[in-house]
Design a protein around this ligand. Structure first.
Ligand code: GLN
Length: 185
């Protein structure tokens, strides 16, 4: 199994570390020719969704990635990655890949005091550590989106067929279980 990791900006190296711990091959997508390589899965990391969204377009990666996701390739978006996959953003007019039937709320916990750590239930896994950094949460899900985790009544993880998103960063906690879940999708 080969997992491509979008490496334009943000916390991509941490995902690669977890993948290698799990014995999965990975490589970085930095430019258009990287999409010519064969891969089974894609991770869109945390960082700044505005910057990543802009680079996806400028580097002409946008259509190739969107069509692979629409074609059913499993994708996992953490934090900014969740925002990039969302159909819409309730507090921002930006629109990115828009492949997943969720409404994201950007910087939902506030900009300054928005980073925190907790533990909560994740459907199908159990209790896991969760680190939130200027994180979004999901205001609304529709169509066939399954809610996988809620913290204080806010949706922080969800899945729609081949698409998985978490508002938190399991790659920063050294916990491999969410990545294992993704590799089994
Ligand atoms: N606040 C960032 C954004 O809006 C997301 C933060 C993160 O990915 N840790 O894109």
């Amino acid at each position: 199994m080969t997992v491509a990791v979008l490496a334009l900006q943000g916390a991509f190296a941490e995902h690669e570390k977890i993948l290698s711990k799990l014995g999965a091959d990975s490589f970085e997508i930095r430019q258009k020719k990287d999409l010519d390589r064969s891969f089974d899965r894609l991770i869109i990391p945390g960082g700044e969704s505005t910057v990543q969204g802009k680079l996806l377009r400028e580097l002409d990666l946008f259509d190739g990635i969107k069509s692979r996701i629409e074609g059913g390739m499993p994708v996992y978006g953490t934090c900014a990655g969740l925002i990039l996959l969302a159909k819409s953003i309730s507090n921002d007019s930006a629109q990115h890949l828009q492949t997943m039937s969720i409404v994201a709320n950007r910087n939902a916990y506030g900009r300054q005091l928005g980073s925190f750590h907790t533990e909560a239930q994740f459907e199908g896994i159990g209790e896991i550590p969760m680190t939130f950094i200027r994180a979004p949460y999901i205001d609304k899900v529709y169509d066939d989106v399954q809610v996988l985790s809620e913290v204080d009544g806010k949706i922080v993880a969800a899945r729609q067929k081949n698409q998985l998103v978490t508002a938190f960063h399991p790659e920063l906690d050294g916990d491999t279980r969410v990545h294992e879940y993704f590799l089994n999708m």
